[in-house]
Design a protein around this ligand. Sequence first.
Ligand code: ATP
Ligand code: MG
Length: 346
Amino acid sequence: MATKFSAPSHGTEEINDADPLLVAEDIIKIYKTGKIETQALRGVSFKVKPQEKLFLIGPSGSGKTTLVNIVSGITKPTSGKVFWKELSKDITRSTYEEIVKARRTFAGVIFQDSKLLSHLTVKENIELAGYYAKVQPKVVKQRAQFLLKFLGIWDKRMKREDTLSGGEKKRAAIATTLITNPKILIGDEPTGDLDVETAESILDLFDRINEELGIAICIVTHSQQVAARADRILELRDGVIIGQHGSNISLRKLEDSRLLEIDRQSRIVLPKTILQDMDNPKHFSIEMENGKIILQPIYQADFAPNNMKSVITCTMCGNQVKNGVKFCSDCGAPITDKGDNNGLNK
Ligand SMILES: Nc1ncnc2c1ncn2[C@@H]1O[C@H](COP(=O)(O)OP(=O)(O)OP(=O)(O)O)[C@@H](O)[C@H]1O
Ligand SMILES: [Mg+2]
């Protein structure tokens, strides 16, 4: 049953997308270890549309794992909300039991180190995941059969984990998450431990799961190979989403495909590479010109207090004039860039 909830519309996402599958709103996560606090996420908002293939990228430590753990209901954020289409309330305020129950039919979660139970066969592992999720036994049998064939491991169904290749283990692990017929597959670098060729075959599978089974995909990746298959890519840096990319992405040249994201607090994070190229200015003046925003760097040396003021005082007549005007609107005295009257009053 589709549950309606109010979806935030923000950033570069389409405003009319009224019925997303998953919504994360203003997520903040602060880890506390003794006296040390790490702000892993600093206000992240995004949504996943039904059947969308969304990937998350960003440097190590940018908060990707923290974010997928929060949207999968594994970790609670310090603040913020997460909505699943399956549940009519914010999952961060739901009980453990409510989350586990809703996740059974909502999300399959797969990690780099997803493991099978070593004493059971592939088929038994998949079926056990179904029984554990309280899927009817008849449905479990039928669906396990279908998944073994769909994922190309029918021949391996009687084998145990230690006799499987890396790719086969991954396929079996994916099958255990799909047995409940979820709406979304969430993964944290699920192909990170595989060689390029095996990873490619698993990625083909994700495409088929998305296209043929209609399951949305939300995956963290460091890999160019993976990223190029996305509908949409969100770029995280230092705990905020700084931009979006399409599948024309080059992970080595993110600036070529990046659309900067304006978050719900109207913040834009300027890319570090651009700031470095500009010699790391600490301040910018901002102007609108023909529908464009122009940011002018102000370096510490130029940073006289008048640059900050939007209004300055005409030293000839005391009139308050807008910073940047050439003449005082009251007495007509010339006003220089420094906000004085060019020494006329001395
Ligand atoms: N359990 C924890 N306790 C304290 N700090 C943590 C914990 N987990 C993560 N962090 C910190 O939070 C920040 C974000 O970590 P996270 O694992 O989400 O990053 P990531 O983007 O997944 O990195 P990687 O690409 O290396 O996997 C890092 O500074 C990390 O050290
Ligand atoms: Mg991680």
